[in-house]
Design a protein around this ligand. Structure first.
Ligand code: 3BY
Ligand code: FES
Length: 441
């Protein structure tokens, strides 16, 4: 299958605007030339969002050599639970083994190559549907019928894929040598995420939203709040100044900034009182595993992403003690972002499916003891981000169409799109390394 594995729920695609998404194009200029002539501080040329060659590079260089967020550990809580993940032509099985560890293998039988597992589910052992070679959950070959004497089963274990469980968030890397920087980043991030105990969380809902846009447009859109006025539900509790600093504040934004700085101080006091880490980190393009982690306060007495900031789940997540615990906003390059609130957490991943399409997966995580209908109403829990994702989907669709227009030329980023530049810079660095181009200043 070339598509991302379907999940139980897939939101319908509503048409955005009157145009249809653009078709992939062939590259007139070499990828190396396009990368070399990229103008810093400007959006990318249209080919980056439309061409098959760039898409193939994105899959081979970005998605196959870096750490990619693929699942919440809570999706596979028991030994034998698995999910599959498709990255280009590669498919990977992520499974919880008998030692309660999360492990990952290429989804390719060591006999004659059949796909082993589809979608997600539960298995005792991994049995190939073709000739029934049978693998243990650690990937070792247990049984292969009718083999000659001397057949050595130990030579035919499933090929492993690098995997990390970062505080309940599962990342894989297809490269032979995965960027070692991940473990450094994990060390920084883990204490911040510990209170949420995501390893033990419950998946309340997961939705795959097909996007009529290149995966980078979805990521770039996430990396800025320049457009946040288009998210009325979200900014009821979320300050629409994510990524802004004092010098970016216009008179229109001053009252919001004042409320934000006061709320940030109050949140800091609260976190110190509870002994939870406080510092923010901004390293989106300054290390191989680019990331940012920010303790972002919510408006007023807001607890969660509901209209007016009401809590959305009456059982707080993990061992969080205070419903008004702010939001940790965490972004990792290249494909994910997260929100950690006192009452639930939300994980977002973007996977490329073609030059002009991608899938945004949103996973809502709650306390494992929280009962739907009693402690939370599922529709209310998901309402703000369903609305926000839908609004963003329209923006992405329209940008994909516009970037495919012959009249499109890259435009300048504003002062408040630093994180879009950081995303593109991180991305360009990966392509430059791959293409053997000099690093830019
Ligand atoms: O990271 C986020 O989810 C936010 C929401 C809106 C824009 N983005 C920065
Ligand atoms: Fe898997 Fe033959 S291809 S057992």
């Amino acid at each position: 299958t070339a598509q991302l594995t379907p999940t139980p729920e897939t939101a319908p695609v509503a048409p955005a605007g009157s145009s249809t998404p653009s078709a992939p194009t062939a590259l007139g200029t070499s990828a190396a030339e396009l990368v070399a002539r990229r103008r810093k501080g400007y959006s990318l040329e249209g080919d980056f969002y439309t061409s098959r060659e760039i898409y193939d590079l994105d899959v081979d260089v970005v998605f196959s050599k870096n750490w990619i967020f693929v699942a919440a550990a809570a999706e596979i809580p028991e030994a034998g639970d698995y999910v599959t993940v498709d990255i280009g032509k590669a498919s990977v099985v992520v499974v919880r083994d008998d030692d309660d560890e999360i492990t990952a293998f290429h989804n390719v039988c060591r006999h004659r190559g059949s796909r082993l597992l589809e979608d997600k589910g539960f298995v005792g052992n991994i049995v190939c549907p073709y000739h029934r070679w049978t693998y243990a959950l650690d990937g070792s070959l247990l049984h292969a019928e009718s083999q000659p004497p001397g057949f050595d089963k130990s030579c035919f274990s499933l090929h492993k894929v690098h995997v990390r469980n970062l505080a309940g968030l599962v990342f894989i890397c297809l490269a032979q040598d995965a960027p070692a920087d991940f473990d450094e980043v994990a060390k920084i991030v883990e204490p911040h995420l510990r209170p949420y105990q995501l390893d033990k969380a419950k998946v309340a809902r997961q939705i795959d939203l097909p996007e009529a846009g290149n995966w980078k447009l979805v990521m770039e859109n996430n990396r800025e709040c320049y457009h946040c006025d288009g998210h009325p539900e979200l900014i009821s509790a979320f300050f629409p100044i994510f990524g802004y600093s004092a010098e970016d504040i216009t008179p229109r934004l001053q009252p919001i900034w004042d409320r934000y700085t006061a709320a940030k101080e109050a949140l800091a006091e609260k976190r110190v009182a509870q002994g939870t880490p406080l510092c923010d980190h901004q390293e989106l393009d300054t290390r191989p595993v680019g990331f940012q982690l920010e303790h972002f306060p919510l408006e007023g007495e807001s607890k969660s992403f509901a209209a007016g900031g009401a809590a959305l789940c009456s059982k707080l997540i993990g061992d969080v003690k205070d419903a008004a615990f702010g939001d940790i906003s965490m972004h990792l390059q290249p494909n994910c972002w997260f929100h950690f609130l006192g009452d639930h957490c939300i994980a977002f991943s973007v996977m490329p499916t073609s030059p002009t399409t991608s899938v945004l997966r949103t996973t809502w995580l709650v306390n494992p003891d929280a009962e739907e209908g009693t402690d939370y109403d599922l529709e209310s829990l998901c309402a703000t981000w369903n609305a926000t994702n839908d609004q963003d989907r329209t923006l992405v669709t329209n940008t994909q169409i516009g970037c495919s227009d012959p009249a499109y030329v890259p435009g300048p980023y504003s002062m408040v799109e630093d994180q879009v530049e950081a995303f593109v810079n991180w991305y360009m660095t990966r392509l430059r390394e791959h293409l053997g181009l000099e690093a830019t200043a």
